[in-house]
Design a binder for this molecule. Structure first.
Ligand code: NAD
Length: 482
């Protein structure tokens, strides 16, 4: 048990409704000052197996629990999240370095909303019935079984609960493996589910490294669904392991999304949208990190962007006035710096930033904007996952679309334009799971979410979540003789 920002957090796993420790632990380090804040149990094959077994044992009863009762319990979990919102927010900030302001105002309320939304959606999920030559077809959404959920560190509880809520609502039982850099809020969520009255074994948490606990979970033949959010290289490992058991997969992966700024746009709005891409220190999968600006307004856009971005307040994420906090981990910090140095060596120019924030030290990296980048270069094509944007110009709409679609990713695209016709034309041609026109990050859980190309496989949200977490069944009944 550790005390983090005044909140007691268990470092063990949560298996079958009990805290379980492993013989070895790993250090959980805060990105704010790189100090160890908790010792976490290092799970592996043994713990993964135990959790899948516990989830398997709980499945028959949970899957037959009425929809109304499942929905009631999900709302009770949401109540628990809301009751502990301040604690969840400060623990998450201490663990992953994202802004306390965002956790309090946006992220943790969304965590509660994840449970409420899927609880309510479950109750509206229809059973389709139709007739074929007098025979009745009855299509039902059957729960699939044990779901392994594997999540990243950039929005730990938000992304985890976006999977947990529909999986549980659908009548499945769950084993969550949170990222090893941010294990804490998953542990608090286990306490909340227990207090809400969720039966033992319905929700389980296995802590540990991806290559150990994560890999063991994915390979377990007792798992009927794997839902993964993370990087492309890990997705390859997971896909290979899941293939052995033909376990259905959902993959939410990385991106290199564009922001297209046309000359007819409201330039103040376009600049606001561009600067917003530094949110969470650039550690957002959806970030529009490639600024593609029409040549005729590029100079004006760049001047306004530099002025606005330079005024961002970098510092301690617990301070409500801070705009940009630290990067998650020393390894990620060095990875980002590697990208920046290689971009420079290739001839790119950093208009702002371009290195660590030496005033603050630690893991604070200056928001960076590169110009003079070559189309085929690494900085334009590979995901940095840090506060590093590139700016390129285009002359025609055709060229803008071509540049936007030029990477192997297709997660999101944002465009700023004053023309409704252009917005319709361009968005139709963009390869992306989500397109935002004159806005960014407006999200509705009813909408399909996911990536095209190497940004993912499948879609989550609304019916699409249930589509993944359920086995759809068609029961065909001959006419009864009366
Ligand atoms: P990552 O792939 O390194 O790790 C993600 C999770 O996978 C962690 O829990 C890790 O422990 C686990 N893992 C690692 N190796 C594994 C293995 N062999 N088997 C099973 N599990 C394994 O990703 P990350 O660095 O934590 O997150 C950043 C990435 O996530 C970025 O690429 C980002 O774009 C992406 N992301 C995507 C979305 C989305 O919705 N599309 C959202 C957030 C983040």
């Amino acid at each position: 048990m550790a005390t983090v920002a005044g909140v007691a957090v268990e470092g063990g796993h949560w298996i079958g409704g009990e805290r379980v420790s492993s013989p070895t632990t790993f250090d959980d380090v805060s990105p704010i000052d790189e100090k160890v804040i908790a010792e976490i149990s290092r799970g592996g094959e043994r713990e993964a197996r135990a959790a899948v077994e516990a989830a398997g044992k709980a499945f028959p009863s949970w899957s037959r629990t009425s929809r109304e009762e499942r929905a009631r319990l999900l709302h009770a979990i949401a109540d628990g999240v809301e009751k502990r919102l301040d604690q969840l927010a400060i623990v998450e900030t201490t663990d992953n370095g994202a802004l306390l302001r965002s956790h309090l105002r946006g992220v943790m309320p969304r965590v509660a909303h994840n449970f409420r939304f899927f609880a309510d959606w479950l109750l509206t999920l229809g059973h389709e019935d139709f007739e074929t030559r007098g025979h009745r077809n009855h299509v039902s959404w059957d729960p699939a079984g044990v779901c392994a959920l594997i999540t990243p560190w950039n929005a730990p509880l938000m992304l985890a609960t976006w999977k947990i809520a529909p999986a549980l609502a659908a009548g499945n039982t769950v084993v969550l493996k949170p990222a090893e850099w941010t294990p804490l809020t998953a542990s608090l969520l286990a306490d909340i589910t227990a207090q809400a009255g969720l039966p033992d074994g319905v929700f389980n948490v296995v802590q540990g490294y991806g290559a150990e606990a994560g890999a063991a979970l994915v390979a377990d033949p007792g798992v009927r669904r794997v839902s993964f959010t993370g990087s492309v290289p890990t997705a390859r490992h997971i896909s290979t392991a899941a293939a052995a058991n033909l376990t259905p997969l959902s993959l939410e992966l990385g991106g290199k999304s564009p922001l297209l700024v046309f000359a007819d746009s409201d330039l103040d709005l376009a600049v606001d949208l561009a600067v917003e891409q530094y949110d969470n220190a650039g550690q957002v999968c959806l970030s529009a990190v490639r600024l593609l600006v029409e040549e005729s307004v590029a100079e004006e856009f760049t001047a306004r962007f530099v002025a606005k971005a330079s005024a961002l307040n970098q510092g301690d994420p617990r301070d409500l006035a801070t705009d940009i906090g630290p990067q998650i981990h020393r390894r990620q910090f060095e990875r980002i710096d590697g990208f920046v140095q290689r971009a420079r060596a290739e001839g790119a120019t950093a208009l702002i930033g371009g290195g660590p924030n030496t005033d603050l030290g630690g893991l604070y990296y200056r928001p960076t904007l590169f110009t003079g980048v070559a189309a085929g270069s690494e900085i334009v094509n590979e995901e940095v996952f840090g506060p590093v944007l590139t700016l390129q110009t285009f002359r025609t709409e055709e060229q803008a679309v071509e540049m936007a679609n030029s990477t192997r990713f297709g997660l999101a695209a944002t465009l700023a334009t004053g023309s409704e016709e252009r917005a319709a034309r361009v968005s139709e041609r963009l390869v992306a799971g989500t397109v935002w026109v004159n806005c960014f990050f407006v999200r509705d859980l009813k909408a399909p979410f996911g990536g095209s190309r190497q940004s993912g496989v499948g879609r989550e949200g609304g019916d699409w979540s249930f589509d993944f977490y359920c086995d759809l069944k068609n029961t065909v009944t001959a006419p009864w003789e009366k």
